[in-house]
Design a protein around this ligand. Sequence first.
Ligand code: NAP
Ligand code: ZN
Ligand code: ZN
Length: 346
Amino acid sequence: METKGYAALEARKPLESFSFKRRDLRDTDVALDISFSGICHSDIHQAREEWGPAIFPMVPGHEIAGIVTQIGPKVTKFKVGDRIGVGVFIDSCRTCENCKKGNQQYCLKGMTGTYNEYERDGKTVALGGYSNKFVIDQDYAVHIPANLDLAGVAPLLCAGITLYSPLKNWGAGPGKKVGVMGLGGLGHMGVKFAAALGAEVTVFSHSSAKEVDAKRMGAKHFVVTSTPGSLEPLAESFDLILNTVSAELDINEYLKLLKTDGTLVVIGLPGKPYAVEAGSLLRLRRSLAGSMIGGIPQMQEMLDFCGEHNILSDVEVINADYINKAYDRTVASDVKYRFVIDASSF
Ligand code: NAP
Ligand code: ZN
Ligand code: ZN
């Protein structure tokens, strides 16, 4: 299947127009026309090799929303014309304990990422969502509720599920104080979900201009972290803090904000290790945890929740020729709050 997209041909080079072929449909595959594809900060980290050596040419993109155009002979989950979403992985071993529980993102043999990975045959390079067509096994795609705008849905496939999963896992809800560090693509979805679940939400941001937006999304409090002394009055007051910041920071300052038995969940992946002071964990029996996207059943649950509560990502829709500019603006925290590529522009 002839496909048009955008690729990084090598690390730290601007992305450019790139044509390639997708595979013919296997028995349980579905083909889709991509409508919109989100730009996640993880795309930038990988295209720029900030997480170590990567596979080039790289077609990034793992926030994919589109319409089914063809189905393989054994497909039962989708029909032509369905609205379909694809996220951060396209396959996994299907047999390990975690896959069987629907936690494919924690596959014990390693999930297969949507791009910058070899598929399970060990030789085919996976090419991602900055493209106009896609082919995927039905088990690794989800249904998009009919009432949701596809541009605002695309970021839910990574940013959305990545925040929904820890909020559910650590029981965010009424009576719980939740902090969200960084109001970017991930963070803004965290605010919307935590508020919809009934928690009291505080945003920690280094961008003072984002306060009005944070409150509109459901935050009760907004803390400008670049103001000296802004964190001290909040010591020992949070049940859960989600760190979505893509840059390095002093994690101890935030651990101290947790109540007894509170948890700080690491979600951002800056590429350099955090330095954790033992004292900030031992005191008040605090936990430092991590969380990575979510499995297929939880992705479907999250999208259904968005359908019921009318939750979408705030997006800036762009054409393909703006991708490189969008990367620079994302790194500068200058996006409200996710760039989404209109796939008809490839
Ligand atoms: P993003 O849209 O760029 O948002 C990151 C936010 O971090 C920015 O909006 C900014 O928020 C804050 N920030 C950026 N630079 C900063 C600095 N120098 N100092 C302090 N704060 C800074 O990125 P994203 O797409 O949400 O992704 C966030 C991170 O999560 C990335 O590292 C990404 O790779 C990772 N990620 C992890 C998972 C997972 O499964 N765990 C999934 C997807 C992405 P303010 O302006 O509000 O301060
Ligand atoms: Zn992502
Ligand atoms: Zn597995």
